[in-house]
Design a protein around this ligand. Structure first.
Ligand SMILES: Nc1ncnc2c1ncn2[C@@H]1O[C@H](COP(=O)(O)OP(=O)(O)OP(=O)(O)O)[C@@H](O)[C@H]1O
Length: 261
C-alpha cells in the first residue's frame, strides 16, 4: 500500500513559509485506513501530497512503485480524490455531475458501461432519485453525496477522501462507511479517509494513523491499539471515558477539554 518516506513540505507565500512536515515517515495498510488528528495537524496536506497536488521533498510509493515520479495519466488511473472544499454552484444535473467523474474514461461519448457504473454508484449511495435534479438546488449533505459518487465512479485502486462524512446525517455517515467497507472487501480497493469522528474511525478503520499538532506521527496501528484515553488527552486535549463493545471496538465518551474554558 502507500508508503511515505522522508516527506518534508512547507506552504510558501511571498517570503513567508509554513512548514507542515519535516522528514515524515509512515505506512498505510491494505484496506480501510483513517487519518486522525486535530485541526491544522496536516491531514489534508498529507492526502494532497499523496495525490500529487503539492511540490514536496521525499518519496511516496504505492505497492513499492513511486507515485512521486509517476506521470499524471498513471496517477489519475491509480487514484481518485475527494477534497474537503466543495464547489457549491453548478448548472449541471446530478447525473451530469457524476458522469463528469468518469471524464478520464470517456471517449467522446458516454458509453453504456459509463452509464451503468454511474447509475450503480448513485443506487449504492441511495441518491438515484436525485439524478435529474439540478445540483445547485440540493442540500449540503446531498451535494456531498454527489461528490462522493463522482469520486467512486472512477473505479480507482486507491481512494482518498478528505472528511467525506461532514454534513451527512448519522444514518448516511454509517451507510457511507459501510459502503466503503464493501468496496474495500469486494473490489480490492484501498482507501485513506480523513475523519474527525473518532467513534466512526474506531468502528470501520483497519488501520489508523494519528498526526499530532506538529505534523508528526503520534501513533499508528489497529483502532484498539491507537484509540486510548492517553492519545485523546495528548493529541486532542480531551478527557474521555472509553468503553468497549462486544467486538472490543472502543467507544469514546468525551467528558471535557483539558483547558478551562
Ligand atoms: N494554502 C495554505 N497556505 C499556507 N498554509 C496552509 C495552507 N493550507 C494549509 N495551511 C496550514 O498548514 C497546516 C496544515 O493544514 P491542513 O489543512 O493540512 O490541516 P488538517 O489537519 O487537514 O486540518 P483540519 O482538520 O482543520 O482540516 C495548518 O497549520 C494550516 O494553517
Amino acid at each position: 500500500m502507500i508508503t511515505v518516506d522522508n516527506l518534508s513540505f512547507s506552504y510558501k507565500k511571498n517570503k513567508a513559509s509554513h512548514q507542515v512536515f519535516d522528514d515524515l515517515n509512515l505506512s498505510f495498510a491494505k484496506g480501510f485506513n483513517v487519518i486522525l488528528g486535530p485541526n491544522g495537524a496536516g491531514k489534508s496536506t498529507l492526502i494532497k501530497s499523496i495525490f500529487g497536488l503539492l511540490d514536496y521533498k521525499g518519496n511516496i510509493s504505492y505497492n513499492k512503485v513511486s507515485i512521486t515520479s509517476m506521470n499524471i495519466e498513471d496517477k489519475i488511473k491509480l487514484m481518485s480524490y475527494l477534497p474537503q472544499m466543495d464547489m457549491e454552484i453548478s448548472t449541471l444535473t446530478v447525473l451530469e455531475m457524476v458522469i463528469l467523474g468518469r471524464l478520464p474514461e470517456l471517449r467522446h461519448k458516454v458509453s453504456e458501461e459509463d452509464l451503468n457504473i454511474v447509475m450503480d454508484t448513485l443506487a449504492s449511495l441511495n441518491i438515484t432519485s436525485l439524478a435529474t435534479r439540478n445540483f445547485s438546488e440540493l442540500s449540503g449533505g446531498q451535494k456531498k453525496l454527489v461528490f462522493i459518487a463522482q469520486t467512486l465512479v472512477r473505479k480507482p485502486k486507491l481512494i482518498l477522501l478528505d472528511e467525506p462524512v461532514n454534513s451527512l446525517d448519522l444514518q448516511k455517515q454509517l451507510e457511507l462507511c459501510q459502503l466503503l467497507q464493501k468496496i474495500v472487501n469486494k473490489q480490492n480497493v484501498d482507501i485513506i479517509v480523513i475523519l474527525h469522528d473518532i467513534n466512526l474511525a474506531a468502528r470501520y478503520a483497519q488501520h489508523i494513523v494519528v498526526l499530532d499538532e506538529n505534523g508528526s506521527i503520534y501513533n499508528s496501528g489497529k483502532p484498539c491499539e491507537v484509540i486510548t484515553s492517553k492519545m485523546l488527552e495528548e493529541v486532542y486535549g480531551v478527557i474521555a471515558n472509553l468503553i468497549y463493545d462486544d467486538k472490543d471496538i472502543p467507544i469514546i465518551a468525551p467528558v471535557s477539554s483539558v483547558h478551562n474554558v
